[in-house]
Design a protein around this ligand. Structure first.
Ligand code: ADP
Ligand code: MG
Length: 253
């Protein structure tokens, strides 16, 4: 995508669970090169919004468009193929496999169902291709020197980076990160922020759900604030910090 090109349009997205309106006609857009934060109190509807974008949940009403075309109702793996990738809040890995194997396997699993079957089905050429891609992505985020370590031996910070490398294997234009800084030490947060900035500088767009305000404020261009399923406001980090409504709803001051 060309820098500034409209990528994602969330248009009056609505999700009801029985009588509960978890996401209430929420709209926002992401352009190529944006880093957008999605914040709000627990239960505000952030994860549900995330799941509506990635096809994990289907919309009750409204639309999600990718580069002008509706992706509503599309299966997750097709959405991933279009260029939207994600990480999960809780690191998914096989601890007694190497970092490289975990990343290679993730890239493969994205396109197919069933862990073990997928592992058994790949032929030599495909395996070689997956490992080359995994190695390339680990190098890209500065993890080349750790790729032969067992994933389970890594600290949380490097594990999160491993997840990002895995998400990068599908060559996304937009990467969604679910609380990437949660539980990280200060140094690890700084390393993560550097990697995310580097990805953005390479042309990738990022949407992150994150509770760490300092991390969000320092990294994002724009922030969407949600409360009770609705979009409370959208603005620059400075505008969000200055908003009395946001302070009342979220910052607790
Ligand atoms: P957040 O990520 O902002 O903390 P969520 O999107 O997880 O909020 O949840 C928004 C609301 O929707 C909450 O009230 C939550 O309990 C409800 N909710 C989320 N997922 C489901 C589900 N699968 N079934 C029923 N209610 C759900
Ligand atoms: Mg959540």
């Amino acid at each position: 995508p060309v820098h500034g090109e409209p990528l994602l349009d969330v248009d009056k997205a609505r999700k009801e669970f029985g009588g509960l309106v978890a996401v209430n006609d929420v709209g926002f857009s992401i352009r190529a090169g944006d880093i957008v934060g999605l914040i709000g109190p627990n239960g505000a509807g952030k994860s549900t919004t995330f799941n509506l974008v990635t096809g994990v949940l289907s919309l009750t009403a409204g639309d999600v468009r990718w580069r002008g075309r509706s992706i509503a109702g599309m299966p997750s793996r097709d959405i991933a193929r279009l260029g939207i990738s994600r990480t999960f809040q809780h690191v998914k890995m096989i601890p007694d496999m190497t970092v490289l194997e975990n990343v290679a396997l993730g890239g493969h699993l994205r396109g197919r169902a069933g862990t073990v079957r997928a592992m058994l089905r790949i032929d030599r050429d495909e395996e070689r291709r997956l490992f080359a891609e995994a190695e390339r992505q680990l190098a890209r985020i500065g993890m080349a020197d750790r790729m032969h370590e067992l994933a389970g031996n890594l600290a949380l910070g490097p594990q999160r980076l491993m997840e990002i490398a895995r998400a990068l294997c599908t060559d996304p234009a937009l990467l969604l990160l679910d609380e990437p800084a949660a539980g990280l030490r200060h140094k690890e947060k700084q390393a993560l922020a550097a990697v995310l900035r580097q990805l953005r500088d390479g042309g990738m767009s990022l949407l992150l759900v994150e509770h760490d305000m300092e991390f969000v404020m320092g990294l994002t261009d724009r922030i969407v604030v949600m409360e009770f399923g609705t979009r409370l406001m959208e603005g620059t980090p400075a505008e969000v910090q200055a908003s009395p409504a946001v302070r009342a709803a979220y910052l607790g001051t």
